[in-house]
Design a protein around this ligand. Structure first.
Ligand code: 5GP
Length: 190
């Protein structure tokens, strides 16, 4: 059911490239509210640091933060996107590091999407080496079919089939991040 308040044709020139709305903006917000309520209980009194990877996590981080009813801090990393050859080796290059120290702090790593798990694995190892008091992962979109490395995910928004999605911060060649829903592209837009 499409519970989006706006029809696809309200998205102007973006609409022409979208084949289907997979998850509406309302469904995303509802799920984030639920996850935020869990985090607020689990981390009560702990002032966790939420860490996200730019740029895809921007919308999720902003919306998740606003559901939390506990003290939190926030910081960001940026990584270079990898080529198919470096991807196989799980190589990720940090191009922006954290501004704040996470040693002895409770860290919640916030990710927009996990596919093979290589990026998350690399970043969790990198963060664990800085000796946080605890380290957990919160992922909005989980695509388990392609998983190469199994990682425990404490909070998951949606389990999705192996399809390329755009919107809500996720891009195709830097475009489509500004869609408020998760959509599938038409074949000629890929
Ligand atoms: P990994 O395979 O390492 O788990 O995911 C690596 C990165 O691939 C993600 O952080 C994300 O940037 C990108 N990615 C994976 N699946 C999708 C998808 O369906 N749509 C978009 N836009 N990016 C994806």
């Amino acid at each position: 059911m499409n519970t989006n308040s706006k029809p696809l044709n309200a998205y102007g020139e973006l609409a022409g490239d979208i084949r289907e709305i997979l998850i509406t903006s309302e469904q995303i917000q509802e799920r984030i509210q639920q996850i935020g309520a869990l985090i607020s209980v689990d981390y009560a009194g702990k002032t966790p640091i939420l860490i996200g990877v730019l740029k895809g996590v921007l919308f999720f981080m902003a919306d998740l933060l606003r559901t939390l009813t506990i003290h939190v801090e926030v910081d960001f990393l940026a990584v270079s996107s990898y080529t198919p050859s470096t991807r196989d080796q799980g190589l990720v290059r940090l191009i922006k590091d954290l501004d704040i120290s996470i040693e002895n702090r409770h860290v919640l790593f916030v990710e927009d999407i996990v596919d093979t798990g290589l990026t998350l694995n690399y970043l969790m190892r990198n963060l664990r080496a800085r000796q946080p008091a605890s380290l957990e992962a919160c992922v909005l979109f989980n695509k388990p079919e392609n998983r190469l490395i199994h990682l425990p995910l404490k909070y998951v928004g949606f389990d999705l089939p192996n399809r390329f999605i755009v919107g809500y911060g996720l891009d195709h060649r830097e475009r489509f991040r500004n869609l408020p829903f998760i959509g599938l592209l038409k074949p000629d837009a890929l």
